[in-house]
Design a protein around this ligand. Structure first.
Ligand code: COA
Length: 216
């Protein structure tokens, strides 16, 4: 697989991979690109997030009905924050220019020195192309760039495909699975350390900033 990082039009990562899936053999490369959300892309963010929740509700702690009811103003705030802040981020992935997935990473209020990867989704038509790898790589690069100590995430215990994806990028199981009381789903935390254990945090420890991030 060839990976090219381009600077044109903002940071953008290009991955070309042989297409996967049934059908006649076809060795034309698939064009996969990742880039950070822009502040004016609230409705694209909403559309991809709702598609994700409709496609794989078992994979996410949030629900489709709740997210569908979020007002436009809040989506605009989310898009602006994720485009501009160093404690919140959304990356989109496109397949031949078509929006095909997203990932978010944010600084949890209780642990502002780390970044939590969440809302990870690749559309069925872009799976097996390297799109998921490109999204995870973007989050890791960004978290390292802002000085985070670690990237963490919570994955449905039975989500074997996602767990293998994260493990491939160096995430390791961190503690025992949690949850299960409400709907039987249990969540496994996985962590990728970015700095040596015990190293002084570049981001400071303890107190969250004046506008703490929340999970969505
Ligand atoms: C998880 C997701 C982002 C991965 O995207 P993808 O394009 O399928 O990723 P990959 O092609 O890298 O596949 C990931 C791994 O899962 C494996 N895999 C795929 N389907 C699988 C299955 N049903 N059972 C076991 N492993 C599976 C792949 O073989 C690959 O592992 P490998 O590279 O070690 O062989 C995508 O499937 C998705 O959006 N799923 C629904 C939402 C979701 O689960 N989000 C994650 C929330 S934490």
């Amino acid at each position: 697989m060839d990976t090219v990082v381009t600077a044109a039009g903002g940071a953008s990562r290009l991955v070309t991979a042989p297409p996967a899936g049934p059908g006649p053999a076809d060795d034309r490369p698939v064009e996969i690109r990742t880039r950070r959300i822009r502040a004016d892309e609230a409705m694209l963010l909403r559309a991809l997030r709702l598609l994700a929740l409709a496609d794989a509700p078992w994979a996410f702690s949030g629900g489709l009905a709740d997210e569908a009811a979020v007002p436009a103003q809040e989506w605009e705030r989310r898009a602006t924050d994720c485009a501009t802040r160093d404690d919140d981020l959304v990356i989109f992935v496109t397949r031949f220019g078509t929006p095909s997935g997203l990932v978010r990473a944010y600084a949890p209020a209780a642990e502002p020195g780390r970044r939590e990867l969440c809302a990870m989704w690749v559309a069925p038509w872009a799976r097996g192309t390297g799109a998921a790898d490109a999204l995870v790589a973007e989050v890791i690069d960004w978290a390292g760039g802002v000085g985070a100590d670690a990237v963490t995430l919570w994955v449905n215990e039975g989500n074997v495909g996602a767990r293998r994806l994260y493990a491939r990028h160096g995430f390791a199981v961190d503690g025992e699975p949690a949850g299960g009381e409400l709907d039987g789903r249990r969540w496994q935390r996985m962590t990728l350390p970015l700095r040596a254990p015990g190293a002084t945090s570049l981001l400071g420890a303890g107190e969250p900033g004046p506008d703490p991030r929340t999970r969505w």
